[in-house]
Design a protein around this ligand. Structure first.
Ligand code: PHE
Ligand code: ZN
Length: 877
């Protein structure tokens, strides 16, 4: 019998009846199980039952205030232990000491949540993941973020696990009989249980030190497998940079004497901010030039910063309930994006962040899984670690920060920390701190509550007599079923007005669109002819902008805008016009303007030059389609434009390539830009020369870049360019060459799982890879159902190719993986469904297939994670 899983509502929030002062845990790991003894000191806050949450636990002993409880004295079901009175029948007193002993089986826990097993054989380790509701899989506890307590944790295991860690400071360790040992950790900071962590492993450590601005000497440690320790330098430096950055920019210093990071290969997300003991997916912490690409290395730094910044935004000030997830995630993403922008060109950083926002979040907002940044209900909180909560949440913080200006924003965040340090709070609390400095921020609560991406439509008119420019702005949001009718949001539209003749800026201003429609006038503009407008500069709000600009105006902006983001946006708007309307004139203007800009920037800002060559992915382009979405048609149009660009610049590629010589590896924005541009140019070169006599020459360049690469970015770039050729290239010799290089790559990095992930991904993402070949990658001996990174490397390639995905076989493969993971790792299984949420926009034939397959899957699965997502996708609200 299946009961419908319960939905939880924000409006039903109730404070807990009991708070916790201190917790003592004693976790003993044995060969085939573990025991957890806990002593929880609690205080009554209001009348009512004592509720301890617990899942998959075997209760061995329960004692409260010295009284032994047996089955008649409590109610226990799959989710919780409810205690109404003491064992002797007396009402629950104000002070409780709850002692429990439970047995758990981490050896069989594949969910990567709770205390779980990672790795195998000699590499086996046990680690925890408690956010959001994993702590209840370790012991009975009021596992909710508004219960904060001081933890002392004893961890005990066989000496084959020399590394015994938990939060805070090491206060005691020692040897025991039977080749066992223990360590006791004390965390003085009060924290919710989702920030608890412990580790049993055999790891090496890289150590360093940091002295905070307050004079505290902090021991910094990164734990990883011995052979990976040399790959921890980037992360260590990023950690120190983050600590300094938070002091300089937010006035926040670290508060413990020790900060540890542990690298683990099996992890569902990027990393986790457990107090003083961050746990990281190896892919997000390890980095060396030879084995890691530049974009990965940048994300390692960004994620290190993100988790470190959580110490203040998330840990010291935490969430009252899980509906407030964006309180910590949105703000922390905004903080890590700002950190990253300070370490490379801020324009390129903004382009990257917006690119992710638009492809992941705008599509979510446009589909069946749309939800507000602060959701109002959920069945399974793990389904709400979404681009909307994270990325759109960050955009809201950014809008307010920009509107307030640097100084006021700092006053606002200072006030937030002053008021709420040590507490579990809400989005309203965050806004109330900011609005004590700037009242206008209070209005931004609307952004947290309303789903869907607003569209801002702009029209403008210039009166040459009076030199007056009139700009009309209006906003519209889709009405998402189940939510109130959309209201007008406060939308900052950063605007610049350019003189057409000189290319100079006449006026710069951020306009606030707070109504559905508003008109702005600019009088006495010192210009001879209609000026050129640049709107939504630096992507000042997370909206779709509809503004009909001529091809010439867009080319003008590409040339004259001082905001690098809007230069890039001009190319993207041109591309979208071409792809949407097949407009020949826009295409001609686009090709010429991009060619010119790339030449200008190739030396001075090669990363921006690379980005100007961006053509949105097939997946992103599906968002532009209003009616019947035909993946094949989109792919064909996109290919055509790419070929046109490759051909238009046919005489440039070789030249550009030769002017970007390979150099010894350096981790600087300039060197990264050169590598990125060289890789893009090489791919274009192979494309233009395909099926021409020059092809052999281009292949030689690719092979030489591969063979002589000084770093992974160069090597993988060359490999990718070779593997990625389109189907039309059928030359046997070249096929052999590609196969040879793929094999070489595999052999070279056979014992580096993170590089094998790339090897898998480069094949899974290649256009010419067939669905049979993708299936073969799943059956390959390197495939591993226990390692999300590996699963994503394959399945991500399929998701990136809508033509392959939206087919009988494609869906069978994709949904087969989801079904297989439903039981073993429901969190991951459910997340994999995100790219399927817009199936209902497909052309009828495909829509029918998709609906049938999704409906079939629904009968096969049982986790509430997958059921909630599928229900949403299928419109069963
Ligand atoms: N809180 C983590 C972060 O964003 C993400 C995470 C969520 C990790 C849930 C694991 C499980 O930093
Ligand atoms: Zn986070």
């Amino acid at each position: 019998m299946t009961t419908k899983p319960t939905k939880i509502y924000l409006k039903d929030y109730q404070a807990p009846n009991f708070s916790v002062t201190t917790v003592n845990l004693d976790i003993k790991l044995f060969d085939d199980h573990a025991t957890v003894d806990s002593v929880i000191n609690m205080q009554k806050q209001s009348e009512g039952d004592l509720i301890l949450l617990g899942r998959d636990l075997q209760l061995i002993q329960l004692e409260i205030n010295g009284q032994i409880f047996n089955e008649e004295n409590y109610q226990l079901d799959k989710e919780q232990l409810v205690i109404k009175k003491l064992a002797d029948g007396a009402p629950l007193p104000n002070e409780l000491t709850v002692k429990t002993q439970v047995k758990i089986v981490p050896q069989k826990n594949t969910s990567l949540e709770g205390l779980y097993i990672a790795g195998e054989g000699d590499d086996v380790m046990f680690t925890t993941q408690c956010e959001a509701e994993g702590f209840r899989k370790i012991t009975f506890y009021p596992d909710r973020p508004d219960v904060l307590a001081e933890f002392t944790t004893r961890v005990e295991a066989d000496k084959k696990f020399p590394t015994l860690l938990s939060n805070g400071h090491l206060i005691e360790q020692g040897e025991l009989a039977n080749n066992r040992h223990f360590a006791v950790w004390h965390d003085p900071a009060k924290k919710p249980s989702y920030l608890f962590a412990c580790v049993f492993a055999d790891l090496s450590v890289m150590q360093d030190k940091y002295t905070t601005i307050e004079g505290r000497e902090v021991l910094l440690e990164i734990y990883a497998k011995e052979k990976d320790i040399e790959k921890c330098h980037v992360a260590m430096q990023a950690l120190k940079d983050s600590m300094k950055w938070d002091e300089d920019n937010y006035g926040r210093a670290y508060d413990l004497d020790r900060f540890m990071i542990v690298a683990v290969s099996q992890f569902n997300m990027g990393a986790m901010e457990n107090k003083g003991l961050n746990i990281f997916n190896t892919a997000c912490v390890l980095s060396t030039p030879e084995k890691t690409t530049d974009p990965r290395t940048s994300s390692v730094k960004g994620i290190i910063a993100h988790e470190y910044f959580h110490n203040w935004t998330g840990n010291r000030i935490t969430c009252r309930d899980w509906f407030q997830l964006c309180l910590k995630e949105g703000l922390t993403v905004f903080r890590d994006q700002s950190f990253s922008a300070d370490h490379q060109s801020s324009a390129v950083q903004r382009i990257e962040d917006v690119d992710i926002l638009r492809s992941a979040q705008f599509s979510e907002d446009a589909g069946a899984l749309a939800h507000p940044v602060r959701p109002e209900s959920f069945v399974e909180i793990n389904n709400f670690y979404t681009p909307t909560v994270y990325e759109k949440g960050a955009e809201i913080c950014r809008m307010m920060a920009n509107m307030m200006g640097k100084e006021k924003y700092r006053q606002g965040t200072d006030e937030y920390f002053r008021r709420y340090d040590g507490q579990a709070v809400t989005v309203e609390d965050w806004l109330s701190a900011l609005s004590s400095v700037d009242k206008r921020t209070a209005d931004f609560i609307k952004w947290y509550r309303q789903p869907a991406t607003p569209t801002v439509t702009a029209t403008s008119d210039f009166d040459n007599e009076s030199k007056t420019l009139t700009l009309n702005l209006s906003q519209h949001s889709r009405h998402v079923a189940g939510y109130d009718k959309p209201i007008a949001l406060p939308i900052p539209v950063a605007t610049a007005i350019f003189d057409k003749t000189s290319g100079e800026i006449l006026l710069e201003k951020t306009l606030m669109l707070t109504d559905f429609e508003q008109t702005f006038t600019f009088e006495n503009l010192a210009t001879e002819q209609a000026p050129v407008l640049s709107l939504l500069r630096d992507f000042s709000a997370p909206v779709n902008l509809e503004f009909n600009q001529s091809a010439e105006e867009l080319a003008f902006l590409l040339e004259h805008e001082t905001n690098g983001f809007n230069r890039w946006q001009a190319t993207q708007t041109l591309v979208n016009q071409v792809l949407k309307n097949g407009d020949k004139h826009y295409k001609e203007v686009y090709l010429k303007a991009v060619q010119k800009a790339v030449h200008q920037l190739a030396k001075t800002d090669p990363m921006l030059a690379t980005r100007l060559l961006d053509i949105p992915s097939e997946r992103d382009l599906s968002l532009l389609v209003k009616g019947d979405y035909d993946p094949q048609a989109i792919k064909a149009k996109r290919e055509q434009l790419k070929t046109d660009l490759a051909k238009f610049m046919a005489n440039d590629w070789l030249n550009l390539y030769q002017n970007l010589p390979m150099q010894a590896y350096e981790d600087t924005p300039q060197a990264k830009g050169v590598r990125a541009l060289r890789n893009t140019v090489l791919a274009m070169l192979l494309k233009t020369t395909a099926n021409t006599p020059n092809f052999t020459e281009s292949c030689k360049l690719a092979v030489s870049q591969y063979d002589n690469a000084s770093c992974m970015t160069e090597r993988l770039g060359a490999l990718g360019a070779m593997v990625n050729r389109e189907n039309e290239i059928t030359d046997e010799i070249d096929f052999n060459l590609v196969a040879e290089k793929l094999e070489d790559f595999y052999q070279r990095f056979a014992d580096e799982p993170l590089v094998i992930d790339m090897w898998v991904a480069v094949q899974a993402n290649a256009d010419c890879t067939s669905l049979d070949e993708i299936q073969a990658l799943i059956e390959h001996k390197e495939f591993d159902w226990g390692t999300p990174n590996r699963i994503r490397s394959v399945i991500g390639g399929l998701a990136n190719s809508p033509v392959k995905l939206w087919s009988e076989q494609g869906l069978d493969i994709y949904l087969g993986v989801v079904a297989k993971l439903d039981h073993a790792n429901p969190t991951l299984a459910s997340r994999l469904l995100q790219p399927l949420a817009r199936w209902d926009t497909l052309v009828p034939e495909l829509k029918t297939i998709a609906q049938a397959k999704l409906t079939d899957l629904e009968k096969e699965v049982s986790s509430k994670n997958v059921l909630e997502s599928l229900g949403g996708i299928l419109g069963e609200k």
